[in-house]
Write a protein that binds this ligand. Structure first.
Ligand code: AMP
Ligand code: ZN
Ligand code: FE
Ligand code: FE
Length: 280
């Protein structure tokens, strides 16, 4: 099968990834990627260091992954090709960032209530340059303290969506997130839909102008992909795809996910600069 080398879902140390933007760019470029998108959780800070469209020959799409809530569940919306200096976008991201701090402190106090010796400062030590505090940082702190043996266990026992110390994030609506991304000249895509919504609910997102679905997520089965491809065709939505690379866990290897021609075709529909499809 031909490889197309496009990955539109990548985290850096600006949120909860383990590699800095520079390291990510080097690694993906070395693997021969044609295009990547940087999609840190609730921040666009990585682009303060790098604002060009290309890193050598690799197209670098400016993105973000914004958390919101729908039907009692957390939904992630990817924003692509955004103006990362847009004031409304920065305002929304700053509200979410502040709320993450409050939430992390609440999680820590629940953990303390369970008799676990952990302080907020233990978490803060692990947080990246932009102070986007995420559950992975809390999981890492719990590993470091020897409370759990690995991060996954921290999610299973404590901080996963069904865990005893789970606290949801700020109540931002999908409508606001989609509108804000589009106001910043970007397009909005539902990230990893099987993790967060019922597929029937895509109609709701469509009503608020969603542009696409992350059809080719790294762990989607062929059946799930086919299902999402059909929805995208019927509802006139774009299909995007990516690995959700964080630098650790199941996706620790750069380039373990290489995308496909359909993603390149769809992305070329919305980007003014074309990404050529190359085989190899
Ligand atoms: P947050 O944005 O702080 O809610 O953290 C979300 C991040 O935590 C996700 O992007 C994943 O990297 C990680 N995560 C969420 N649930 C789990 C889980 N059950 N196991 C491992 N990592 C998870
Ligand atoms: Zn993450
Ligand atoms: Fe996500
Ligand atoms: Fe992600």
């Amino acid at each position: 099968m031909n490889k197309h080398y496009i990955d539109l879902h990548i985290h850096t140390t600006a949120s909860d990834g383990t590699y800095s933007l520079e390291e990510v760019l080097k690694k993906y470029r070395k693997k021969g990627f044609l295009a990547i998108a940087i999609t840190d959780h609730d921040t666009v800070a990585a682009f303060n260091e790098f604002s060009q469209d290309y890193y050598e020959k690799m197209r670098v799409i400016k993105g973000t992954e914004i958390s919101c809530r729908y039907a009692g569940r957390e939904v992630h919306i990817l924003g692509y090709d955004i103006d990362y200096t847009n004031p409304q976008l920065l305002d929304l991201l700053s509200r979410i960032k502040d709320s993450r701090v409050v939430r992390a402190k609440k999680i820590i106090s629940i953990l303390q209530g369970l008799g676990i010796e952990i302080e907020y400062s233990d978490v803060l030590e692990l947080v990246g340059s932009e102070n986007i505090v995420g559950r992975p940082h809390i999981a890492q702190a719990l590993v470091k303290k020897g409370v759990v043996t690995h991060q996954q266990q921290a999610f299973e026992l404590y901080i996963g969506d069904k865990g005893v110390a789970y606290i949801p994030k700020l109540e931002v609506s999908p409508e606001e997130v989609i509108r804000t991304i589009q106001q910043a000249n970007g397009f909005a895509v539902i990230a990893h839909p099987f993790k967060s919504i019922n597929l029937e609910d895509i109609h709701y997102f469509k009503k608020y102008g969603i542009d696409g679905i992350e059809t080719y997520y790294y762990d989607h089965t062929p059946e799930q992909i086919a299902q999402l491809e059909n929805i995208c065709r019927d509802m006139n939505l774009l299909s995007t795809g990516g690995s959700d690379f964080h630098g650790y866990g199941k996706r620790e290897k750069v380039g373990s996910y290489t995308g496909n021609a359909k993603i390149i075709e769809d992305i070329n529909k919305v980007l003014s600069i074309k990404i050529e499809v190359k085989n190899g």
